[in-house]
Design a protein around this ligand. Structure first.
Ligand SMILES: [Zn+2]
Length: 340
């Protein structure tokens, strides 16, 4: 692997569809909010070990940021911090997700939480050349009423920058029953949807969200590789997978990077994108993830551009903006190919 090749793939303009606001705080942002924070304390409380026992074990490291992401000021700092990280990563478009009801411990209403993050996003857009949308999460094991509240917020703030809703949380511990009415209503109202599946649970969980939630975009979905029938199902419905390799390895879904099925999924023809999921606990940039894919699977500009075009195509952007970002990416690549 030549240095020039590494630099070129890592420096590509990037699109990121799957990253969590509350799981993406840098040391600088935490230090701005928590008096006396040291790098050692950040490392032990905010960064998960390189190997966790499973997803629920990893969730323990989300408690620390959530403890103080309960005020307008803290939410603004976290959002602006993430926009800065995205700019440094050369991300041109991002969909940032979070669960508003996890930020209400000190009295904020869920609509206030969304408005605060939207305002910070707008502020970030004036400082950095990034377009962004929010995705609002309902969680396993939230109930149906909670999901309806999230859906109503997504509709209320669609014009302000909320792109859709997501189902996140403990996939292996809870089923879908409470969420089916929410996703049905989302379909009726034309609200965009995605759902986490096929990470902590197997291929059957992927088939379940396609059949019961009607999603055409899935967070992870990587354990589809366990069942050729599920791969066929994804191909048949044109389902996009938001793949986050390093996170999957950290929660021990796969032992090593070389064991990860991302390249086999790509070769099967499933449209997929590459994402960080959690820049905080996983201590990761998208640039580093690209370098790992280059080093382990030999991905070149061709594979990364394809993944980014897939991401734009599966994004919750309006058609005109999808065209704009696709053209920007294609123009960047053609310009760099003609530069000596
Ligand atoms: Zn996620």
């Amino acid at each position: 692997m030549s240095e020039a090749k590494t630099t070129s793939v890592a420096d590509l303009p990037k699109v990121e569809l799957h990253l969590h606001l509350d799981c993406s705080m840098s040391f600088e942002a935490v230090a701005a909010l928590v008096p006396g924070m040291t790098r050692e304390r950040y490392r032990s409380e905010f960064l998960a070990p390189k190997k966790c026992a499973n997803l629920v074990d990893y969730f323990r490291y989300l408690a620390a940021p959530l403890a103080f992401l309960q005020t307008g000021y803290a939410l603004r700092v976290a959002t602006m911090d993430l926009m800065r990280q995205l700019a440094e990563d050369n991300v041109i478009y991002a969909e940032i997700r979070f669960a508003p009801h996890l930020h209400q411990r000190e009295g904020l209403r869920s609509d206030e939480v969304v408005e605060i993050v939207l305002a910070a996003l707008d502020e970030g857009k004036t400082l950095y050349p990034i377009e962004a949308r929010l995705i609002l999460c309902t969680l396993r094991p939230d109930d149906t009423a909670q999901g309806f509240d999230i859906l109503a917020l997504a509709e209320k703030y669609a014009a302000r920058g909320v792109g859709g809703i997501d189902l996140a949380g403990d996939e292996a511990g809870y089923g879908l029953a409470e969420h089916i009415p929410v996703f049905r209503r989302a379909a009726d109202r034309g609200v965009n949807v995605t759902a986490h599946a096929g990470e902590a649970a197997g291929a059957e969980s992927v088939a379940e969200v396609v059949a019961k939630l009607g999603v055409r975009r899935i967070g992870h979905g990587v354990r589809s590789i366990e069942d050729p029938a599920v791969i066929d199902l994804l191909l048949e419905h044109g389902v996009h997978l938001e793949v986050c390799p390093s996170c999957n390895i950290q929660i021990d879904v796969f032992r090593t990077y070389a064991d990860h099925p991302v390249d086999r999924l790509r070769k099967s023809g499933i449209p997929l994108s590459i994402n960080t999921d959690a820049r905080g606990p996983t201590d990761l940039t998208l640039r580093q993830e690209y370098q790992r894919l280059d080093a382990v699977f030999g991905w070149t500009t061709r594979e990364f551009v394809a993944a980014n075009l897939n991401a734009i195509n599966a994004s919750f952007l309006a058609e005109s903006l999808r065209t704009k970002f696709s053209n920007a990416l294609i123009e960047f690549v053609s310009a760099s190919e003609t530069t000596p």
